[in-house]
Write a protein that binds this ligand. Structure first.
Ligand SMILES: Nc1ncnc2c1ncn2[C@@H]1O[C@H](COP(=O)(O)OP(=O)(O)OP(=O)(O)O)[C@@H](O)[C@H]1O
Length: 373
């Protein structure tokens, strides 16, 4: 059990490239923290610095009550699970799991007990005599997880552990890792887990909290729900959510004392709460954001919100939901609708799309900050 704290952590690679620009982050005891962001944002670099596999060129990393800058990886109380499993090919699953403990001279009976206990949790008891090449990808990854588990680390580090697995297996492994986290908590030995992924579905479903990174900087650290509902900036708004938030150019305008937002296809009246947040931006251009589920596709709608008229380009049927791609004044929008409620939307035709403006976001073009929080 240990808190992991990063204080102004920096990383400059020997070639001069600065990958991490002063990160401050506190990961609580027993927390499941996910690092997410686009390729190259420095998720792996940051994780590897916590592991001690990469030295840091500025700042401090603390695990528990110890600054670990100068501490060897094996002495940090961590275990890491990699994307490529990193199992020894000539060893059986049992020996792969036992190896670390053997190296640290743990008594044989304790090693045996821990390996069998981990194998039971991970349902790999039947595979203990097999070598990696005799196992499927999912089975190998469970052995890799078992190898981490037997060491009873304070902190588990995961570097995209599921990205080599097919979609179905990924989901079941995702659940297994979450169960493992819960199980350790229930047993009174909660482990701090840091999990790197570029897959935002994984991030949103697994994390107690998520750190969103971009270009070596933290964009927001928050719960999945807050990242979705209250993105602090344009980057997080565009990155979190699939399909992503509609983000279009807009301008704040005032007419007769009322505040409106002018976007492609319409000038929409802002509800009082939103109007107050952007009144100081009257006359300024902004970025307007609205999630696809906050657009209602219907001819008649008696809400107080505004609408734009758009021409439907594509209707994607997804079973219990439907995505409607439409064009308004040359700009593409996407609406997510329930096919039960919205019938007969046809490609090529024009409809009124009502915007639930109580849910809209507006971003300052210079600072990219969300003005409407
Ligand atoms: N050894 C290195 N020398 C120089 N630059 C490096 C080195 N390793 C990584 N980088 C650069 O540092 C940045 C961060 O890399 P990192 O692997 O941490 O990103 P990531 O977010 O994990 O990306 P991905 O999702 O693609 O794995 C990238 O721009 C990368 O090119």
């Amino acid at each position: 059990m240990a808190e992991v704290v990063l204080k102004s952590v920096e990383k400059q690679y020997p070639n001069g490239f600065k990958a991490v620009h002063g990160i401050d982050l506190e990961i609580k005891d027993g927390e499941f923290m996910v690092f997410v962001g686009p390729s190259g944002c420095a998720k792996s670099t940051t994780l590897r610095m916590v592991a001690g596999l990469e030295d840091i060129t500025g700042g401090e990393i603390w695990i528990g009550d110890k600054c670990v800058n100068e501490v060897q990886p094996k002495d940090r109380g961590i275990a890491m699970v990699f994307q490529n499993y990193a199992l020894y090919p000539h060893m059986t699953a049992y020996n792969n799991m036992a190896f670390g403990l053997q190296m640290s001279k743990t008594p044989k009976n304790i090693i045996d007990q821990r390996v069998r206990e981990a194998a039971k949790h991970l349902e790999i008891e039947d595979l203990l005599d097999r070598k990696p090449k005799e196992m499927s990808g999912g089975q190998r990854q469970r052995v890799a997880l078992g190898r981490a588990l037997v060491r009873k680390p304070d902190v588990f580090l995961f570097d995209e552990p599921l990205s080599n697995l097919d979609a179905k297996l990924r989901v079941s492994m995702r659940v297994r890792i979450q169960e493992l986290h819960e199980m350790l908590k229930a047993e009174g030995v909660p482990a701090t887990m840091i999990y790197v992924t570029h897959d935002q579905v994984e991030a949103m479903t697994m994390g107690d909290r998520i750190t969103v990174l971009n270009a070596g900087r933290i964009m927001q650290v928050d719960t999945p729900m807050n990242l979705y509902r209250k993105p602090e900036n344009l980057f997080v708004a565009g990155f979190i959510g699939a399909p992503s938030m509609n983000l279009v150019d807009g301008e704040i305008v005032e007419m007769g004392g009322k505040v409106f937002v002018s976007i492609p296809g319409g000038v929409l009246p802002l509800p009082e709460e939103k109007a107050e947040k952007v009144r100081s931006h009257v006359g300024k251009k902004i970025k307007f954001g609205l999630r696809p589920e906050d657009i209602i596709a219907n001819e008649v709608h008696e809400g107080g919100e505004g609408f734009v008229t758009g021409s439907v380009r594509v209707v994607e049927q997804m079973g219990n939901e439907e995505f409607i791609y439409f064009n308004a004044a040359g700009t593409q929008f996407i609406a997510r609708v329930n096919p039960e409620q919205v019938k007969n939307i046809r490609k090529g035709e024009d409809y009124r799309f009502w915007f639930n403006l109580a849910k809209c976001h507006m971003f300052d073009l210079e600072t990219e900050e969300n003005l409407t929080l």
